[in-house]
Design a protein around this ligand. Structure first.
Ligand code: DGL
Length: 268
């Protein structure tokens, strides 16, 4: 294929979480093809060192670049926090992360300036959200909390269980006590358990996921670069790759994207 604009958007995550971003990209840009990689054999990324996560992400980006892509979306907060500039320096196509878009969305919602952030141990430990929020508005009161078990609850389809509710109550208690009005879901897996998080955080708290804002930014990058797919008919091709066994990924993906998801296992 020679036309850069007809190439796919490459998206990566440690597992199914990045599909929440794919969902928004597909709604906003229905004619774009997607090539997705979920590193299910090596997830969760959250507890791993930044150097290790950076290495994994770069390896996946290299794989995606062999699949005819025109840009990369690092649909994983942990991988974004571990080294977005590192990937950008090593790629000659646009590479977008999910933290800046999430921060922008939160800033547009908060009314009382009290913002909660939840994410993996790696993302919260990096203070990436804290720094970006404070840079945008030094007066914000920010409460950050790592919720390491959430990713495992999502990946193992255990979100609707009493155990999940117990874990959520424990993690979110300090945020409830802090009277936040906005809660950033700083992990792309968390929108898959937004119902439970909303129930525990309280109806007055606005949940912010970076997925929608990221999709808007993908559109902006493609539009300004003259990279929107000119083909406006027929279904775009979506391809899904995983490093682990495909079955659970396919099940969760099919539910989330409302269409059959077939994934191929690739050993990196
Ligand atoms: N979904 C990812 C994130 O946004 C990774 C979660 C993990 O593997 O720990 O951080």
């Amino acid at each position: 294929m020679s036309n850069q604009a007809q190439k796919a958007i490459g998206v990566l995550d440690s597992g199914v979480g990045g599909l929440t971003v794919v969902h928004e990209i597909c709604s906003l840009l229905p004619f774009e093809s997607i090539v997705y990689f979920g590193d299910t054999a090596r997830m969760p990324y959250g507890p791993r060192s930044y150097a290790e996560v950076r290495g994994f992400a770069l390896e996946i980006i290299e794989f995606l670049q062999h699949q005819e892509i025109k840009m990369v979306v690092v649909a994983c907060n942990s991988a974004t926090a571990a080294g977005l500039p590192y990937y950008q320096e090593r790629c000659d196509i646009p590479v977008l992360g999910v933290i800046e878009p999430g921060v922008r969305a939160a800033l547009s919602y908060t009314r009382n300036g009290r913002v909660g952030v939840i994410g993996t141990t790696g993302t919260i430990g990096s203070s990436a959200y804290l720094k970006a929020l404070q840079k945008a508005n030094p007066a914000l009161h920010i409460i950050a909390r790592a919720c390491p078990l959430f990713v495992l609850l999502v990946e193992n389809d255990l979100v609707n269980t009493p155990e999940a509710e117990k874990v959520a109550r424990e993690y979110l208690l300090p945020l409830r006590e802090a009277a936040i009005d906005t809660l950033i879901l700083g992990c792309t897996h968390y929108p898959l358990m937004a119902g439970l998080i909303q129930q525990v955080a309280g109806p007055e708290v606005k949940l912010v996921s970076s997925a929608e804002e990221t999709a808007r930014e993908v559109k902006e990058i493609l539009t300004s670069g003259g990279l929107l797919n000119p083909l406006r008919s027929g279904a775009p091709g979506h391809r899904f790759f995983v490093s682990g066994k495909p079955s659970s990924f396919e099940g969760i993906g099919t539910k989330l994207l409302h269409r059959p998801v077939k994934a191929y296992q690739v050993l990196l």
